[in-house]
Design a protein around this ligand. Structure first.
Ligand SMILES: [Zn+2]
Length: 167
């Protein structure tokens, strides 16, 4: 539980988690949003459920969000790549991962921008940018424009949406 803020009260925890998810998307991201997509990997709902199990199915196929500070990949710093949990597409590299303190694995950018799809998400009374795998159209997380890299993007991705492949 090393990633819980030092003052660790549940109020601070919730405030911080809320702060992390309320940012609006930048114009650069907006330009790429809602592009049409024909996923290469198509499976029936029954197939997805059987492959993923209930937890991953909820995140990847129903755009669920794992509870902050609970994901198995949150604190991982090993060298390697992060693959889509739905289809195995290589999405993020360990070099792009950084500690954002917001409770989910965070990346400055995908390995190739073309491997993700961005969608406008109006759920929970906020305007956010949803990130999906372009190859199988599974939900990964959201992207915000307050990241530390030159592109300023912060891809906030569920651990359950990813599989880690060590180098
Ligand atoms: Zn995928």
């Amino acid at each position: 539980m090393g990633s819980i803020p030092i003052n660790g009260s549940s109020f601070a925890f919730q405030t911080r988690a809320f702060f992390c998810i309320r940012r609006a998307p930048s114009r650069v991201l907006l330009k790429r949003m809602n592009e049409r997509n024909e996923p290469e990997v198509v499976r029936s709902e029954t197939e997805w459920r059987a492959r993923l199990g209930p937890e991953r199915y909820h995140i990847l196929r129903e755009a669920g969000t794992e509870r902050p500070f609970t994901g198995s990949l949150l604190e991982l710093t090993a060298e390697g790549r992060y693959l889509c949990g739905g289809c195995g597409a290589a999405l993020f590299t360990a070099e792009a991962k950084f500690e954002s303190h917001c409770g989910w694995p965070s990346f400055t950018e995908p390995e190739e921008l073309e491997r993700v799809r961005l969608l406008e998400d109006h759920s929970h009374g906020m305007l956010r940018t949803e990130v999906r795998c372009k190859r199988c159209d599974s939900h990964l997380g959201h992207v915000f424009d307050d990241g530390p890299g030159p592109k300023r993007t912060r891809y906030c991705i569920n651990s359950l949406s990813l599989d880690f492949q060590p180098k």
